[in-house]
Design a protein around this ligand. Structure first.
Ligand SMILES: O=C(O)c1cc(=O)[nH]c(=O)n1[C@@H]1O[C@H](COP(=O)(O)O)[C@@H](O)[C@H]1O
Length: 242
């Protein structure tokens, strides 16, 4: 897999026109395009094929499902024939839900379990009823959820760069660690609403397989040049792994 292939660009945009313009611009410069709720709700499922054609790349559908097992299974079955490479489901509390998602996908879509959002920090965990040990060491919570996802047959998980190496140790190669919350040191944008952040080189060196990078590319003066710089950092991160 080349360094560009590891970049997932989220089309966090409000209209089909803008999304297809970015997909065309970044075609060949990133590995996958992510379609999230904003674009999916605006355009409907037909946007998947339009982005795939404009960007000439695989699609990651980020719907972050979380419901009772049968409801998730039936929803994923509606996605299975869209031809997307990955779909997100929250790991949540239930193995049965994750198993339902995998069953609904019928081997046609890789289910990624979202462990703990990169916008969540120790304070959020403390306030939301988890045992204090999970606020002190969020890795423990992320690992539990990653192991659940692995056991249930998910293709991988979404996690921050801080947890990728422990997930790699626990689940081994072939189970994807997909990492958002990426902020290159050179872009000078700050973390925005992200709390568990890393640079592209750090995340890849730590074992992330794919990086989800939105605003640092989307809002750059030259998005193509920003993607190229990220790819250079990915190469540096891969070299540091060896
Ligand atoms: O599932 C995701 O893609 C996701 C999970 C997560 O824990 N954190 C996270 O930021 N994301 C997504 O990754 C993208 C990050 O965008 P930027 O912060 O602009 O790079 C957004 O599309 C988020 O919805």
């Amino acid at each position: 897999m080349g360094s560009y292939d590891r970049i997932i660009f989220p089309l966090d945009l409000p209209t089909e026109k803008e999304a297809l313009a970015y997909a065309t611009l970044l075609s060949g410069k990133v590995g996958l395009f992510k379609i999230g709720l904003e674009l999916f709700l605006e355009c409907g499922p037909s946007i998947v094929d339009k982005v795939r054609r404009a960007g000439n790349a695989d699609i990651f559908l980020d719907l972050k499902l979380h419901d009772i097992p049968v409801t998730v299974e039936r929803a994923v079955a509606r996605v299975a024939d869209l031809g997307v490479r990955f779909l997100t489901v929250h790991c949540g509390e239930s193995e049965a839900m994750l198993k339902g998602a995998v069953a609904g996908g019928a081997g046609k879509v890789g289910i990624l379990g979202v462990t703990v959002l990169t916008s969540v920090g120790a304070d959020d965990i403390r306030k939301s009823g988890f045992l204090p040990q999970y606020a002190e060491d969020m890795k423990q919570l992320v690992i539990k959820r990653a192991v659940m996802a692995h056991t249930c047959g998910c293709a991988g998980v979404v996690c921050s760069g801080h947890e990728a190496s422990v997930i790699r140790d626990a689940a081994g190669d072939g189970f994807y660690a997909v990492t958002p919350g990426i902020r290159p040191a050179w872009e000078g944008m700050g973390a925005d609403d992200q709390k568990r952040v890393m640079t592209p080189a750090e995340a890849i060196a730590g074992g992330s397989d794919y990086l989800v990078i939105g605003r640092p590319i989307r809002d750059a003066a030259d998005p193509v040049a920003a993607a190229a710089k990220v790819a250079e950092e990915i190469d540096a991160g891969l070299a540091a792994r060896r």
